[in-house]
Design a protein around this ligand. Structure first.
Ligand code: TYD
Length: 208
């Protein structure tokens, strides 16, 4: 089995965390050893990731502090690549990563940062082999967020009109990255159906 860097993207409440864990369980059930699977996420629990989480929970208006958000997400990503992603890729592991650069190109562009500025900062960053974008209307996502008992407060980006823009932003990813392997999945269906679709795509690529 070869290594693979897979990214899951989507608006808050798109179900990506659950779907990612289902993908992990699916691969384990298919006989892939746990030591060859890396589950990871951005923002990371590292220095910059912690700072970004602080800002997410205290900030109120998504249009302010845009540069600060950009700098923190990019610094966190660089650290993630260095410490987690590159070593895993080099040793042929399968990486399932919750969010990556597509989130910055989407959220921080909506915060008002020009795409050229974001592009420059991502120039030499590793490109995933496969990206799933879980597409869901903001209404459905917000219902999922408010019925999740583990989340008691809404973060700065979890507001309806902001999320609707984020959804549209993510749908542009294929145009922004025409040479990348990006699959858009309708995530308004049941989590089981979405997982089955995603696991099918994953397995087809891994078996090749
Ligand atoms: P995430 O951990 O996926 O959200 P949660 O655990 O609260 O469901 O991401 C936190 C927030 O950070 C989310 O609103 C999306 C945002 N984000 C960006 O704006 N830019 C980025 O580059 C990344 C990775 C996340």
């Amino acid at each position: 089995m070869k290594g693979l860097f897979v990214v899951f993207e989507g608006i808050d409440g798109s179900g990506k965390g659950t779907i990612l864990r289902h993908a992990y369980d699916f691969l384990v059930a298919k006989g892939i050893k746990k030591e060859n699977l890396i589950l990871t996420a951005e923002p990371t629990p590292g220095f910059y990731g912690k700072k970004v989480r602080e800002l997410l929970s205290t900030d109120v208006d998504p249009k302010v502090n845009a540069m600060q958000f950009l700098d923190l997400y990019v610094a966190d990503r660089k650290e993630h690549i260095e410490k987690v992603l590159k070593p895993a890729i080099d040793s042929g592991k399968i990486i399932l990563c919750d969010r990556y650069k597509y989130s910055t190109f989407t959220y921080q562009q909506i915060q008002g940062i020009p795409i050229e500025k974001i592009s420059v900062l991502h120039k030499s960053m590793v490109v995933p082999n496969l990206v799933f974008i879980l597409d869901v209307p903001a209404d459905v996502a917000l219902k999922r967020i408010s019925s999740d008992s583990k989340r008691n407060t809404k973060e700065v980006f979890e507001k309806k009109d902001f999320l609707e823009n984020v959804r549209e932003g993510f749908l542009k990813s294929k145009k922004i990255f025409p040479n990348e392997n990006i699959v858009i999945v309708d995530s308004s269906k049941s989590i089981e159906k979405v997982s089955a679709e995603i696991n099918g795509v994953l397995w087809k690529i891994l078996k090749k």
